[in-house]
Design a protein around this ligand. Sequence first.
Ligand SMILES: [Zn+2]
Length: 308
Amino acid sequence: MTTLLYTHPACLEHDPGSHHPESATRLRAVLETLGDLAFARLERREAPEAAIDDLARVHPRRHVERILRAVPKSGYVGIDADTIMSPGSGEAALRAAGAVVAAVDSVITQEADNAFCAVRPPGHHAEPERAMGFCLFNNIAVGALHAREAHGLDRVAVIDFDVHHGNGTQATFETDDRLFYASTHQYPFYPGTGAASETGVGNIVNVPLRPMSGSMQFRAEVGRRILPALDDFRPQLVMISAGFDGHRRDPLAQLMLDEGDYVWITEQLLEIAYRHARGRLVSTLEGGYDLDALSASVAAHVRVLMSV
Ligand SMILES: [Zn+2]
């Protein structure tokens, strides 16, 4: 039983500015923790760059080219108030999406049971034609469409437990009933989408949670709304947008979750992956802005992936 870890040093070179919460120190903290002896069995892989053809399954080619052309030679370029590029951003974004594509390949060809992508920039806010919310390309959506189109899978599911709603993933999936997207998120909150009434073509499950919801309500709602719908969908691949900014110590949000909740949901999703998808599961890092909470939560999440 093998768990792969995809990452790349280039992901540390994306610099949205010295006061930005989505900093390279996040990924450094995660990699330091996963460098611990307890994770010696993780098989480490260098994330390749995504091909433009991979990205173009989600983002129109001219949009991809526009983003890559806008990467500055020096200094910073702002796409919006929160989404800033530095000279290292282009390669980082290509490696972040490429990690998920490569992880999908490895898991589908049964080289490994599951995989975690420790990458940045994150992806779930990136809409087909709009980079936003710290995200340039939608890494997980690119991976999901690759699984379907390059490997011929019929049903791919993404579960997103980042504290923010993955508007970009929803926008990519909402008209396609062979894709499934479920999200828990603080609501009302950035980016404003994610109401329970947004159901796509019956393939979107949004679980908005009030600030201060906490563990009990999170688990109850996931158990009542997401897991049964996911079971009905019978995914052939389970993918996770693993954001850890729902943690009680996170400075950006107030959902009051802890490592135990991330262990719990990872176990539930792994169980569904074994029931329907031969265990195939690919997880990728999204948010999480308290360094200690982030590294402890990633460690808890990856430990469950390795425990199968
Ligand atoms: Zn987030």
